[in-house]
Design a binder for this molecule. Structure first.
Ligand code: ZN
Length: 350
């Protein structure tokens, strides 16, 4: 992947729904775009690493060195998909364009996807790409704390949501003079040093200043290469600061995440899927200033072509619970593949 590329609106990704529809009218258009995203400098054989080959009649590439044949989608998120790529692209566009996230039910309705499990698996696949292995750790001044998320929320739909709350580690960069940078969230086994120290070291760059409360689980993190700044409630009271505002950054992120889960998923998140919802929230939070949703669409697809495929059976932890949507889907609109203008491929014209 070409890290130096600065993608431009209208050239590398669509600026609007109209542009999106004209660019991706057919599966061939989508394949062409994925081809460009995956191999911006031309085909590179994933088997032997040789750069160079040619397109063969079945639509795949043949490597000039080893002779192996590779399709554009092989080994990516779109490998062995059942739905057409146009449907996948539209799902991805909706996924990126909806400000508050999207539920499987509304995806099923909008795309007229036959079954709820298909829509649900699509969304989970898209979410699964959001955790890239090479993510940079947080740096500068970072607040770290834990909070309980998920399970039963008091007063919510008669408390019908199943499961218990999960302990979640939250880390957020604090900017000077004010404001916040990126955040990270991960489920913790417990609040012990054995859980908290690995959380800090896998999400915060050594050398950072780490601000926590006085909890003993954070003792000793200065030995991991951080400048540890524990803040005690007692000291806050002595300074006449509000002890509840000891770590305002993590509390802001945690409350936004909880509100987002309630709004998008009615708070009923199975613990087995909580981490992927947290990843989705973190992805959105960290891109909250990127106004162009086309850019988010581009980044998701860019990650998707570099991503191993995820199978439906890998996602289904409790298949029984996912066989039916919360309410019967309505029928409205028509498939987004209709009425699209045919157009050229503007990202090729340079
Ligand atoms: Zn090869």
């Amino acid at each position: 992947m070409d890290g130096a590329l600065q993608p431009r609106a209208g050239r590398h990704y669509p600026r609007s729904i109209g542009e999106f529809q004209s660019w991706f009218a057919t599966d061939a258009d989508c394949l062409d775009y994925l081809d460009w995203l995956r191999w911006p400098e031309g085909f590179v054989c994933p088997r032997c690493g040789h750069a160079g080959g040619w397109a063969v009649a079945d639509g795949r590439y043949k490597c000039a060195a080893c002779g192996g044949r590779t399709s554009v989608t092989a080994g990516t998120l779109f490998d062995r998909r059942r739905s057409p790529l146009t449907v996948w692209f539209t799902a991805c566009w909706m996924f990126a364009a909806q400000k508050d996230g999207i539920s499987a039910q509304s995806l099923q309705r909008s795309l007229e996807i036959g079954s709820y499990p298909t829509a649900w698996a699509m969304l989970h696949r898209l979410r699964s790409v959001l955790v890239g292995p090479g993510r940079e750790r947080l740096s500068g001044t970072v607040e770290v704390d834990e909070t309980y998320i998920g399970g039963e929320e008091p007063g919510l739909r008669g408390g019908l949501a199943k499961g218990k709350k999960a302990l979640v580690g939250v880390a957020v960069e604090v900017r000077e003079p004010r404001g916040y940078g990126r955040c990270r969230m991960a489920i913790l086994r417990d609040g012990s040093a054995a859980s908290l120290h690995p959380f800090v070291s896998s999400h915060v760059e050594p050398g950072a200043r780490v601000v926590t409360d006085g909890w003993t689980g954070y003792h000793g993190i200065n030995e991991l290469g951080y400048t540890h700044e524990p803040r005690s409630q007692r000291a806050a009271r002595a300074r006449r600061d509000d002890p509840g505002e000891l770590l305002p950054g993590v509390h802001r992120v945690a409350s936004l995440a909880k509100r987002w889960l309630l709004g998008t998923h009615q708070g009923s998140v199975e613990e087995a899927h909580l981490q992927s919802y947290l990843d989705k929230f973190v992805f959105r939070f960290n891109r909250r200033r990127s106004r162009n949703r086309g850019m988010v669409f581009y980044r998701v697809l860019e990650l998707a072509v570099a991503h191993d495929p995820v199978r439906y059976r890998d996602l289904v932890v409790d298949p029984q619970a996912k066989q039916a949507p919360p309410a019967p889907p309505g029928r409205r609109g028509h498939p987004p593949t209709m009425d699209r203008p045919r157009a050229g491929r503007p990202w090729r014209t340079t």
